[in-house]
Write a protein that binds this ligand. Sequence first.
Ligand code: NAD
Ligand code: DAU
Length: 353
Amino acid sequence: MILVTGGAGFIGSNFVIDWLTQTDEPVVNLDKLTYAGNLQNLASLQDDPRHVFVHGDIGDQTLIASLLQQHRPRVIFNFAAESHVDRSISGPDAFVETNIVGTFKLLEAARAYWQALPAADQAAFRFLHVSTDEVYGTLGPQDAPFTETTAYTPNSPYAASKAASDHLVRAYHHTYGLPVLTSNCSNNYGPYQFPEKLIPLMIINALNGKPLPVYGDGMQIRDWLYVKDHCNAIRQVLAHGRSGETYNIGGWNEKANIDIVRLICQLLDEQRPRLDGKSYAEQIMHVADRPGHDRRYAIDAGKIERELGWKPQETFETGIRKTVLWYLENPAWVTHVQSGAYRDWLDTHYGNL
Ligand code: NAD
Ligand code: DAU
């Protein structure tokens, strides 16, 4: 049995689906169902007895303690977080609450559970914390990519809250010996991503005839990784990672935002041409930049490659094509997300959880 937190979000739901495709080990999936949690992502598991969904908060230490006692997981995967940088700028409170205080409470419950385990189970237990490359701050054009020893320099409230959670996880290993693993990944994209993030926002706005808002000059660089590759990397970190270590995960794939937006337009021109025959690129609009916007992220994924033998399977070209097609082929998911109807899914399909 494994416990996944935040498993109704973008990466968490992909992870749970992949996990249950690869193994029969059951999953307890704890999610608060914030605006970013969407049980429709997990619709394929609705009648699967290996998936137990629990509606709750990682900050609820009593709930976590009882879940741990009841299900006795061998791993906790912590995906739960407030994850959107722009929201962290307009309202940082929830980021401090979930990413810092929530992770702290989860660690406390995990520590108490782990300390009471028999020795063999203690040795096998892992707390795997899913983090981000944003903790390392921003790079200049000629700087070397982030390694696991790059100093933390978080620039947004989101990045600072994730950095704080990483430090807590590290401290619980150093002080109490809790067997932890931390992964710091670059930008993910793929199915089920909430359309507040660059790639799904651009696809959906384009199809709706809306402007495609590019912040500033659009020359900010991110490293992009297809979400299934991230899920696979996390499984490798669990299987072969050394307790107490951190692993950077990335796609060796730096791209400027404007190039991504243009590529999306090109794919949509090919797959779903505009009725007026013009390109979706006509909808691109440069807007005010994000305050404190990090200019460049780049990940050196050499450690996970050397030590755990992990490499991404998708290139950006194959991954972005799959992603665009997924959004085109899942209009019901898109419509429910846009209308907010996905939030009724809990009542309709899970009763009074
Ligand atoms: P997301 O916003 O899509 O999903 C987050 C999930 O966590 C949602 O289902 C939400 O309901 C749940 N949640 C939020 N607060 C909670 C709480 N207090 N208790 C329980 N559940 C709660 O995020 P995502 O993009 O899937 O990211 C998942 C994790 O991966 C995050 O920790 C994020 O920092 C990290 N990460 C994301 C990316 C990326 O590109 N998206 C890259 C690297 C790392
Ligand atoms: O690097 C990993 C991080 O990637 C994760 O930790 C975060 O959870 C995730 O949200 C993501 O952060 P970013 O800020 O990089 O992602 P976002 O999709 O919000 O933006 C990607 C880039 O595109 C960024 O430079 C801002 C820009 N952008 C974004 C939006 C939403 C635009 O130009 N226009 C937009 O409308």
